[in-house]
Each structure stands twice: as structure tokens, then as C-alpha cells.
Design a protein. Structure first.
Length: 324
């Protein structure tokens, strides 16, 4: 398998979101990379410029491809620029429409996409690194408790103000960067803004918190929910897609339309139950789902086409290329 990522191309910052780099005119190089590898199937991870280039190549040359729906861009564009949601979903139906299947993380998102006219949907859940994200000494953060933590992009579509405006005892901590950071720092001086964190330092912030607060209304899954739970930290969130699928009725937090009440209830959850729940989202299960989704093709017929095709020697299956 090869991965085709923006760092292989000339890039420009995404408008209003400089942290995200978009490949600039990637078509010719994308075609060259795919032809050099000659995969039997291509998986397109995002709907950005690389995804569009990969889709164009596959459709033109009849190469089988799958896609993934990770982000509710229609809702994001509506929140930022008031673009009608129906317009954006029409564009996404075009993008995903010729894929052999569209992979989604949860039943809730599948149901929503079916309602928007999507077809050929397959499940592809998420996994969490339970070695990195694990319970640790909470003394890493010496702040007034309870410590209420948010981790993620600091942007309007994440609905962070629903969390920051709450009048709660303790300390609100925001880990992440994004276009709303400066404004929120000025507006909420009592909150602690750490900027973006990665790896070990990020895991320590998770584990040092008393509750993880997830105010987003638009995420399709929310991997950070699993990372918090793996650290033994309960979750407070709204009862919307993502939290509903990850948390459900498990005693590992609270989903409530009143986010303040959700925090109060979540603080009572047992850390051991949180950790045990996260451990059910294994990397092995996640990988098995993905492989099953790309093995629906007639690989023998595909491989019989002109030119040699590489194989995955571990499974004797033709290899795939992933464009992200």
C-alpha cells in the first residue's frame, strides 16, 4: 500500500484554515504516482484537491475506488459562510457517487447520508492507541479542579463557546489551534489555552483532566472521545451523532442537551469503566473492517488487465493506494 499525501505536492493554505494544506494542481503528479504503483483499488480519504484528482483519475481509467466520509463539510460551510446545506450535499453526492462504497464510522452517520441520497455505504469504525492514551498521574496539571478539558480544532464549527460560556467551578482547558483561538482567548481570559499538543504531551493533558467536554454538534465520530476514555476520563457532550455512537448509554459520561448538567453527571463516572469502554475500539477490528470493504472487488479480473500489479505479500491480495 502507498499513501499519497499533501507533503508530496506544492501546497497552499486552506482559506480561513491555514493549518490545513491543500495540494496545488495535483492532477499530473497524482496520475504519475498511481500509474507507477498500479494499484488494483484506490481509497480516497478526503474530498480535498487530492481526493478530486484521485477521483478524476480513477473514473477516467475505470480503476475501482472507495471513499470515506469523515467530516460534515456541509454543516461546517453553513456555520462559517451560510452556504446552504443542500448545495454542499449535492456536491458530495457527486464526489462519492461513483465510489464502489462509501465508508462511514457510525450507524447514525450512515442513516443521515441515506437521508441525503447516498448509496453503497459500508461501516469503518475507528481505533484508539491504548498504549499512548492511558490513565496517568493527574498532577501533570496543577490547576484548580475539576479540570474540564476540550481538545480539537479551535474553530466556530466546533461550538467551543457552548463550553467556555458555562459558569462552572474549576478550570476550563482548551488544547488546540485554529482560526478562533485569538478571539476566544480575549473573550474568555479565565480559561487556559495551551495551543496544539501532540504525542506524549497530548496524552498527559488528557489523563490529567477530570472530565472531557465535547461541545461539537457536527462531528461524524470524534476520535478525541476515545482518547479521553482510554485515559480514564469521562465525557460530557450533547446527544448528537458522534457522542451517541461512541458513548451511547454506557456509564462513561453523560450526553445531555444541558452541557452544564452533562459535566456534573460525567464527573461521577468511574475511570475504570471509561478505560474498559475505550478498549472495545481496537485497531485490529478497525483494520479488519477496512480490508473487508476493499475486498469486495473481483481482484482476479482486475489483475488480469494490462501491466503488472503489485501484491500485498502478507495476504496475497493486490495492493491499494490511499489518497488523503
Amino acid at each position: 500500500m502507498i499513501y499519497i499525501t499533501p507533503d508530496l505536492f506544492n501546497t497552499v493554505p486552506c482559506p480561513t484554515y491555514k493549518e490545513i494544506r491543500l495540494a496545488l494542481l495535483p492532477g499530473k503528479k497524482m496520475a504519475s504516482i498511481i500509474e507507477g504503483f498500479r494499484p488494483c483499488v484506490v481509497h480516497i480519504a478526503t474530498e480535498g484537491t487530492l481526493g478530486v484528482a484521485a477521483r478524476k483519475y480513477c473514473v477516467a481509467r475505470n480503476v475501482p475506488f472507495t471513499t470515506a466520509f469523515h467530516t460534515k463539510f456541509p454543516e461546517y460551510l453553513n456555520a462559517r459562510f451560510k452556504v446552504p446545506v443542500s448545495w454542499s450535499y449535492k456536491a458530495l453526492r457527486w464526489f462519492h457517487g461513483k465510489a464502489s462504497n462509501v465508508m462511514v464510522a457510525t450507524q447514525t452517520i450512515e442513516d443521515e447520508l441515506v437521508g441525503h441520497g447516498f448509496k453503497n455505504i459500508k461501516r469503518w469504525s475507528r481505533g484508539v492507541d491504548t498504549d499512548l492514551f492511558r490513565p496517568r498521574d493527574k498532577s501533570f496539571l496543577t490547576l484548580l479542579r475539576p479540570i474540564m478539558l476540550y481538545v480539537g480544532r479551535v474553530a466556530v464549527e466546533k461550538n467551543i463557546e457552548a463550553f467556555l460560556k458555562l459558569e462552572k467551578p474549576g478550570t476550563k482547558v482548551v488544547v488546540g489551534d485554529g482560526p478562533q483561538l485569538a478571539m476566544l482567548q480575549r473573550k474568555y481570559p479565565d480559561a487556559v489555552f495551551t495551543g496544539a499538543k501532540q504525542g506524549e504531551e497530548l496524552a498527559r493533558h488528557f489523563a490529567a483532566a477530570d472530565v472531557f467536554v465535547f461541545p461539537s454538534l457536527t462531528d461524524t465520530f470524534g476520535l478525541v472521545l476515545l482518547e479521553a476514555l482510554a485515559c480514564g476520563v469521562p465525557v460530557a457532550a450533547f446527544p448528537v451523532p458522534g457522542p451517541l455512537d461512541v458513548i451511547g448509554t454506557a456509564p462513561v459520561g453523560c450526553l445531555d442537551h444541558d452541557l452544564s448538567r452533562a459535566i456534573d453527571v460525567a464527573l461521577k463516572a468511574e475511570p475504570a469503566a471509561c478505560r474498559a469502554h475505550a478498549e472495545t475500539f481496537s485497531w485490529a477490528a478497525c483494520t479488519a473492517q477496512f480490508l473487508a470493504n476493499v475486498r469486495v472487488f473481483d481482484f482476479d479480473a482486475i489483475s488480469a488487465g494490462p501491466g503488472p500489479r503489485p501484491t500485498d505479500t502478507s495476504s496475497n491480495r493486490p495492493a491499494a493506494a490511499t489518497a488523503a
